[in-house]
Ligand binder design. Structure first.
Ligand code: UDP
Ligand code: MG
Length: 312
């Protein structure tokens, strides 16, 4: 039995050595083989340099995939899984917010419970601000209403699964990767365990509000076509309202002889309809754009260097 730890690293120079040591001590005497697949996601600091040092020391089995530029965490996870050859795969961050000891528990759980294929950790307490937390909760409320996949709010992509699950995930070759949706889409029996995220040891989080926002939109567009239907509904609704108003106007004119001064109404209606149309074009545009990008069949990532002793 073998475990592969897939670790995306973006500007984590101060963390990779600590992370490596934490893994080594957590898995001491575990009784099975394990490897660490580091993916350097185009870091601009000494991450790759430090990873290579670990690689040369040969304390444990390490693979390094180094991207030609920053492709994002989702791409890094994909690349890592492609190079992982364990029977169990674990996705874990390099910043030690997720303790490697938990991975050991996850593996033990999968070993003793053949009915489960995935063990996913969710954060029971989060140290994030009220506004962000409100924003995240509303995002999950919206996406769970709109899409066919069900997303679990606190569930992170800190998880361990069987090789069969990994193969299913890799089969999903979409360019815009939204891993939470992908995990949910592939199915399999998932067991959830709580964990408390630790403070980042060093470095800063790579998530800005804008990145989170884009991630949210990716999630909704990638796993639902309901926004498109929403555009049709909106169109039908305005058509019906327009018809009703037309009848009202005709009756007013014919039976009550009311003059119809309509400057304000017209301006408001033009603005309203114009903005609705732009809004719907925007929605369609999101889908067209994604279709365009996917149709180019660009690779999800480009590796400039792969260090893997098993391949030589
Ligand atoms: N990461 C990455 N590419 C990116 C952004 C992040 O590989 O473009 C990695 C990062 O190095 C870390 C993990 O993804 O190992 C989680 O990132 P971060 O800690 O910034 O996210 P948070 O824990 O704040 O959600
Ligand atoms: Mg983190």
């Amino acid at each position: 039995m073998k475990l592969s730890l897939v670790v995306p690293c973006y500007n984590e120079a101060e963390n990779v050595k600590n992370f490596h040591d934490a893994v080594v001590s957590a898995f001491e005497g575990c009784g099975y083989e394990y490897e660490i697949v580091f993916v350097d996601d185009g870091s601009r600091d000494a991450t790759l340099h430090n990873l290579k040092k670990l690689y040369r020391n040969e304390v444990t089995e390490i693979k390094i995939i180094s991207f030609s530029r920053n492709f994002g965490k989702e791409a890094a996870l994909y690349a890592g899984m492609e190079h992982a050859d364990g029977d169990y795969i674990s996705l874990i961050d390099a910043d030690l917010q997720q303790r490697p000891e938990i991975v050991r528990e996850m593996v033990a759980h999968l070993e003793s419970h053949p009915e489960f294929d995935v063990v996913a950790a969710y954060q029971d307490r989060r140290g994030e601000g009220k506004i962000l937390s409100l924003f995240k909760r509303s995002f999950y409320a919206v996406i769970n209403k709109m899409s066919d996949v069900k997303l679990y709010n606190a569930a992170s992509d800190f998880r361990t699964f069987r090789r069969s699950v990994m193969e299913s995930i890799l089969e999903m070759g979409e360019y815009h990767r939204f891993s939470k949706g992908i995990f949910s889409w592939v199915g399999y029996e998932t067991h959830y365990i709580p964990y408390t995220a630790c403070e980042r040891v060093a470095g800063t989080t790579k998530w800005s509000f804008r990145k989170l926002m884009n991630y949210a939109i990716d999630g909704i567009i990638g796993f639902s076509t309901r926004p498109l239907r929403f555009a049709s509904y909106l169109g039908s609704l305005t058509a019906i309202s327009a018809l009703i108003y037309l009848i009202v106007v005709v009756i007013q004119k014919l039976f009550f002889g009311i003059a119809l001064p309509g400057y304000a109404t017209i301006v408001v209606l033009i603005l309203l309809l114009g903005s609705m149309q732009l809004f719907c074009i925007g929605i369609i545009g999101e889908y067209v754009g994604r279709t365009f990008e996917q149709s180019k069949h660009r690779p999800i990532y480009l590796a400039k260097e792969v260090l893997d002793r098993s391949k030589k």
